[in-house]
Design a protein. Structure first.
Length: 325
């Protein structure tokens, strides 16, 4: 008897999809079931949790036979257009640039904070005070040098609440009572050899001048955009991946994005290889951080659906019961 799961595609169509007896399902099987092309980013969810993905397979967890899952693809995340765009031209599109820059916030101390959802953000643990604890507040605002000066509701700054601290992996999960962006970045797994950009605050000159309307204007903006390639997806003992964009002091907590604008992680530390004359960027992959955050009771979808003027709330997860067929 063939084992199957019930898959809801983008919240609409329900399809029975065959799975492997070992409790995994091939990505290509899901694509064919919903007629999705190979370049469409997909994610498989159960009870609001993103499932682990590795080597082209999603891991279905316990009691999966006949259970209900949700398949979400890029159009729902609104991070890519329906019409394919060449990567080189996409990287120079004003709307793409504006969108990615808007995801970078900074603290009063000038540390990077990256928006991960409408009501949530991430930063590095080492960027905050050593004594910071869950429930503490962190003041943030759009970063200096950004073309955006306020949040969607018009506020120029807001207070985030610390909801989770992972000092081993060096990241902090923060919640917001207001929308931090109009359209959240779509979280996705990095691909080996893929081009990406790092948005940080490490420009050498903290202030600089430029000509504007025949007048010299002082600009206070250490905003810096670096481009690189994913060099390694082998996690180190601190669960980091590596890219070759390099990074400097001021980039920690800054977001890494594909050239389509999808969110792949936050920069944590640099590794300078003197002999090779290169600087590497070690980053926390967002897919890994999401699993830790979900273990705390927060799902990515819930971080984008919320009550007005309130923090997203934890969920109590219950294992789904399997159904025979």
């Amino acid at each position: 008897m063939e084992s199957y799961i019930n898959v809801i595609g983008n919240g609409q169509k329900i399809v029975e999809v065959a799975a492997e007896p070992t409790g995994v399902i091939n990505e290509e099987t899901l694509r064919r079931a919903f007629l999705l092309e190979a370049d469409v980013v997909i994610g498989l969810f159960r009870n609001g949790r993103a499932l682990r993905y590795a080597d082209s397979f999603f891991y279905l967890q316990d009691n999966w036979v006949g259970a209900e899952f949700e398949l979400i693809w890029e159009e729902a995340g609104r991070s890519r257009p329906a019409t394919p765009i060449d990567q080189n031209s996409r990287s120079h599109t004003p709307n793409w640039y504006r969108g990615v820059i808007s995801f970078l916030l900074e603290t009063d101390q000038g540390c990077c904070v990256s928006v991960m959802a409408k009501r949530a953000a991430l930063t590095c643990a080492h960027c905050l005070d050593d004594n910071v604890s869950i429930g503490d507040n962190v003041e943030v605002k759009p970063c200096k040098g950004s073309i955006l000066k306020n949040f969607p509701n018009g506020q120029t700054s807001t207070t985030l609440k610390v909801a989770y601290i992972n000092k081993h992996d060096d990241f902090v999960f923060l919640l917001s009572k207001i929308d931090l962006c109009d359209d959240p970045p779509f979280p996705t797994d990095a691909t080996f050899g893929e081009n990406y950009v790092l948005i940080g605050l490490s420009a050498q000159d903290r202030e600089y001048t430029r000509m504007e309307n025949l007048r010299i204007k002082m600009v206070n903006g250490p905003l810096c955009v670096k481009k690189g390639v994913i060099s390694s997806k082998v996690m180190d003992k601190y669960n980091k991946h590596m890219g070759d964009s390099g990074m400097k002091k001021g980039d920690s907590g800054g977001g890494l994005y594909t050239l389509h604008g999808d969110f792949i992680g936050i920069a944590v530390e640099f590794d300078t290889k003197v002999k090779e004359r290169i600087s590497m960027c070690n980053f926390n992959p967002v897919t890994y951080m999401l699993t830790k955050i979900q273990d705390e009771g927060y799902t990515w979808s819930d971080l984008n659906n919320f009550e007005e003027n309130d923090y997203p709330r934890k969920k109590e997860f219950r294992p789904a019961e399997g159904r025979g067929h």
